[in-house]
Design a protein around this ligand. Sequence first.
Ligand code: CA
Length: 401
Amino acid sequence: MSEQSWVPVPEGSDFPVQNLPYGVFTPPGSGQPRVGVAIGEQVLDLSAIWAGTPLGADLATGSLNRFMRRGPREWAYVRERVTGLLTDQAERRLVEANLYRIDQVTLHLPVEVADYVDFYASEHHATNLGRMFRPDAEALLPNWKHLPVGYHGRAGTVVVSGTGIRRPSGQFKGPQDPAPVFGRSAKLDIEAELGFVVGAGSALGEPVGVADFAEHVFGVVLLNDWSARDVQSWEYVPLGPFLGKSFATSISPWVVPLAALEAARTATPEQQPQPLPYLVEKEPWGLDIDLRVELNGAVVSRPPYAGMYWSPAQMLAHTTVNGASLRTGDLYGSGTISGAEPDQRGSLIELTWNGRDPITLPDGDTRTFLADGDTVTITASAPGADGVRIGFGAVSGTVHG
Ligand code: CA
């Protein structure tokens, strides 16, 4: 028998009591942003529950950072207390006064993003891109199976779901073009990813081991790494992505705590050759999370996170192995999630093979890359405790010219 909340939770809701994702919201009408937890179709104002305490002050702010900085024991305490509030009828009077309908509040960027890193952890995605961009060479570069490849991105342009995405301009040059040109990107794309939010920082000079992942990472968001492929393909050699990625990265407003994902934990695919010792996990942090990508309401892909080659714990260990420290609010993306099947690819460049094979939408329209007015929405679900499914809400964005 699964634990149930006395708060009504509709069948199939992303937010049963086994989930309890954190967000930052402003109540209808007025008021300051504050931290809340989603339950069914409502959000519980945590700043009101702990009003008058130091914890309450940390929850009455416009981001999760002050709460996250308190560390994993405090995260566990709050989760246990909120579970009690939402399952014990005796708490009903206290809780009901502080519940708001999610569709009546304003949801904000949940985290003040410190550093932002993006990885490249799907073997299928890396192989597909390698085949397209380097058709005459090995699809995977020699380092790919020895380390989680990543780059530092632009933290200041991480935006919350619902933020409009302006089509970026830049310079690009096709292989046959005599010289680069400047203009609006004609190859605007998406990348369906998960984002991992660091809650507890680390000391400079002290690497974080693979086994310490849950001591530092607070939770998981959906992430869309908007990408201008024409800008990217001209600029990325030799130092990697720059302006082709930095104009916007969207994340979902709800951060699903790691504690809600215990039942989703799974093995990573076999890693051969064996990685160096600092990357070897005794209990791997693979995650059985199924994503869904919609373009103007039509499902165009269902990427499975479970097939990702590198785990988020390996990505974190690699990020810090040189002694680089973590800060509260650091965010790192998994890299585009692509499965083995054509309908499991997490980007349009793969779904259309760089524009060669347009996709047809239900209304008969075709797409290679995104058109102005297009809306992309990514959702996901995972096994939760007690055999229930939990969801991540959505990350959505509409392109405008
Ligand atoms: Ca990416």
